[in-house]
Write a new protein. Structure first.
Length: 203
């Protein structure tokens, strides 16, 4: 059975959300919410564009997202693969969503808002690490901000040591690239070179 109307969907999820699910939503970064952002070294960035949706990981030292004021966040765009899918989307559609994770905590934190891509030289220099500035920053105007309860993290056992997966049990990036390119890209040499290449290009 496919649910294709809101009345049927809402009936399945009765009763209505409890007050705690509603009152937590703010239109700004509160002092408590500031503490969550400052403790987070990782977020998922969701964007939308003409080609569809994109969700991209973003990570750096804890507190890497700057809180300029209670309604403005600034996120440096560190070095990556230059696909710039997220940035392409933001240039054409400013809607964004951020989900922050905090290692060891079951609480996640969400921000919905609107973003612009800034290449202001002074702003970029202020985010430099080891003398390397990002090429752009995302400046996010907060529309909604709220924390998410811990059920998903608890169910997944995300932070438990026994939940950790040995990377050797998974396909390597080199193997996946080789399979997708008929061995034109990737392979063992790619995997062997990656740690040194990554260490030299984090920022």
């Amino acid at each position: 059975m496919i649910i294709d109307d809101l009345e049927t969907l809402e009936a399945l999820y009765a009763p209505a959300p409890v007050p705690a699910s509603i009152v937590k939503v703010a239109d700004r970064i509160t002092p408590h919410y500031r503490a969550l952002i400052e403790a987070s070294p990782f977020l998922a960035l969701a964007t939308v564009g003409p080609e569809g949706l994109d969700c991209s990981p973003r990570g750096d030292q804890a507190g890497f997202v700057r809180i300029q004021d209670e309604r403005t966040l600034i996120l440096p765009d560190r070095r990556g693969n230059n696909r710039i899918d997220s940035l392409r989307n933001v240039v054409r559609d400013p809607r964004v969503a951020l989900m922050f994770l905090i290692p060891g905590s079951g609480t996640t934190f969400r921000v919905n808002g609107r973003a612009v891509v800034s290449a202001d030289p002074d702003l970029l220099r202020s985010f430099a690490v080891d003398g390397k500035a990002p090429r752009t920053c995302l400046v996010v105007t907060v529309v909604e901000a709220y924390f998410q309860c811990a059920r998903a993290i608890v169910r997944s056992g995300l932070w438990k040591a026994e939940s950790q997966v040995d990377p050797r049990d998974l396909p390597s990036p080199g193997a996946m690239l080789a399979a997708m390119s008929e061995d034109a890209v990737g392979g063992d040499d790619y995997d062997k070179a990656w740690p040194e290449r990554a260490a030299a290009s984090l920022w």
